[in-house]
Write a protein that binds this ligand. Structure first.
Ligand SMILES: [Zn+2]
Length: 247
């Protein structure tokens, strides 16, 4: 389902010729742009141009790696599912609005048509042309609004169905990213706790001494220095003694 939507997005943004790129992009891992270019049979610049156009809307993201020998950057690309779906949702919203406006207009206004040229005019323009086709001279007849309305309603329903599916997909994507967020947050908290535990194990007595020393007057600075060195040596000795005991 997702790939159908992504294709739609890419066709809207870049054009039909760029459609195959969606099969090469992934939403989980980044893909090397040279690989994409090779598989598409395009140059790297053509490939980048397509990707930049999609990236302008935030629908793909990239990371880059420097080639240590050649000194240039290679970009790796990933598709952004949620943003792509939201982009499509916005487009659908506008389409639905447009169709609904047309429906309203068909329900309330009269249209005229030249059956020869199959060109339709609203009432104002029909009046302007004296109800006669400016192209062929044929007299206008009233359009069959009922027929157009039926088609518009059908179109509106189709769009609404598509909208519902996309809204559901967006819900799923949000759920996935929320789970990921919580997982990452929990990992972060756990790492933080672990770091604190480790920090506690390395006891902080000498640091406390140092703090006290800061409050002492300037005259004592020299004394302090020698003290510090002493305590440092003492600490070292203690440590090595401890180590010695353990062994
Ligand atoms: Zn005509």
């Amino acid at each position: 389902m997702m790939s159908k939507f992504l294709k739609e997005v890419v066709v809207i943004l870049v054009g039909k010729q760029a459609e195959p790129i969606t099969d090469l992009l992934d939403n989980k891992k980044y893909v090397n742009e040279f690989l994409i270019a090779k598989k598409l049979g395009l140059t790297i610049n053509q490939t980048r141009n397509i990707l930049y156009k999609i990236a302008d809307h935030g629908l793909v993201s990239s990371i880059r790696k420097k080639d240590k020998r050649k000194g240039w950057y290679t970009y790796f690309w990933k598709i952004e599912n949620l943003k792509s779906l939201e982009f499509l949702k916005d487009i659908l919203t506008k389409k639905i609005e447009n169709v609904n406006n047309q429906i309203k207009s068909r329900e309330t206004k009269v249209f005229y048509i030249c059956k020869n040229c199959n060109i339709e005019y609203n009432e104002e323009n029909a009046l302007l042309h004296d109800f006669t086709c400016p192209e062929c001279g044929e007299v206008f007849v009233k359009s069959d609004n009922a027929k157009v309305l039926k088609e518009l309603t059908k179109e509106s329903e189709k769009l609404k169905r598509e909208f519902a599916i996309i809204a559901e997909e967006i819900g799923k994507e949000k759920e996935v990213s929320e789970k990921k967020r919580v997982k990452e947050k929990n990992k972060f908290e756990k790492d933080k706790k672990d770091r604190r535990k480790r920090a506690k194990k390395i006891e902080v007595k000498p640091v406390k001494k140092e703090k006290k020393a800061k409050h002492k007057s300037v005259q004592n600075k020299k004394k302090q220095k020698s003290k510090k060195v002493h305590s440092g040596v003492g600490k070292l000795n203690k440590k090595s003694r401890k180590k010695g005991k353990k062994r």
